[in-house]
Design a protein around this ligand. Structure first.
Ligand SMILES: [Fe+2]
Length: 249
């Protein structure tokens, strides 16, 4: 299904698909774009407090590791994952951070679908909880945007508004229809993007050599449920004190 309807997150974007996909492993844009530049465009545990950020390769691709001690004393451990070649899982962006929980996984599996070189469409399959056998009516997918706190996700915004409070759409399309990587000055904060591009290049080489890229499964017995690496964990102050300051939670 098209998850986001008329909102900008899941619409067709007028830029190369990679600019959309790279967003997933760029947790620094939560701070730089969604907080410092445009004001708090999310709410809940993603916004307050200082985060410790890292990245790692996973069996499927790459994910970020974000650990944050929340003002309420709880600790957030969060991962979003890019799955080769163009899929991604983002755990709930509206996690309040109030109740301890372990590995609450993302509810959407999404694709950055290239339409051509200069256009991309977001597409998701949503695991929608049932209530009495029917899709729960008051439930929202974890990556659905809330328009009142995130007006930047609306499609119809004036040029001035988009300039003053850019959102993902402006940040991604603003890099040109196809970003010129040779003009970039990548820094530590871009580590996820670097890992992602290297992984992608590695797969292109494998295909050139006649080998299977990552995540191609030809053996039917290996075609089983595949664990993914994107979730939110909330630790109580006692749990946070007892457990190591670790991203593997
Ligand atoms: Fe974003």
């Amino acid at each position: 299904m098209r998850l986001w309807g008329d909102y900008a997150v899941g619409m067709v974007k007028d830029c190369n698909w990679l600019q959309h996909w790279e967003n997933v492993v760029d947790p620094y844009h939560l701070l730089m774009l969604h907080q410092w530049i445009s004001g708090d465009q999310f709410d809940g545990a993603l916004m307050p407090g200082k985060a410790t950020i890292g990245w790692e390769k996973t069996p499927l691709g790459v994910r970020y590791n974000l650990i944050k001690d929340l003002p309420n004393g709880n600790r957030l451990v969060r991962h979003a994952e890019c799955i080769m070649p163009n899929m991604f899982i983002i755990p709930s962006i509206r996690e309040p951070g109030t109740k301890p929980k372990r590995r609450e996984r993302g509810t959407e599996l999404s694709w950055a679908l290239p339409i051509g070189n200069e256009h991309v469409r977001g597409m998701s399959i949503v695991a929608w909880p049932l209530e009495n056998g029917e899709p729960k009516p008051d439930w929202k997918p974890g990556t659905d945007t809330i328009a009142d706190i995130r007006p930047g996700s609306y499609l119809e915004r004036s040029y001035e508004e988009r300039q003053k409070k850019p959102d993902d759409l402006e940040a991604q399309e603003g890099q040109r229809p196809i970003a010129i990587h040779a003009l970039e000055n990548l820094a530590h904060s871009d580590t996820g993007i670097v890992i992602l591009r290297r992984l992608l290049r590695e797969q292109l080489r494998r295909v050139e050599e006649g080998l299977d890229p990552i995540n191609v499964i030809r053996n039917p017995s290996a075609n089983q449920r595949i664990p993914t690496g994107a979730w939110n964990t909330i630790l109580s102050p006692a749990e946070a004190a007892a457990l190591p300051y670790s991203e593997d939670l």
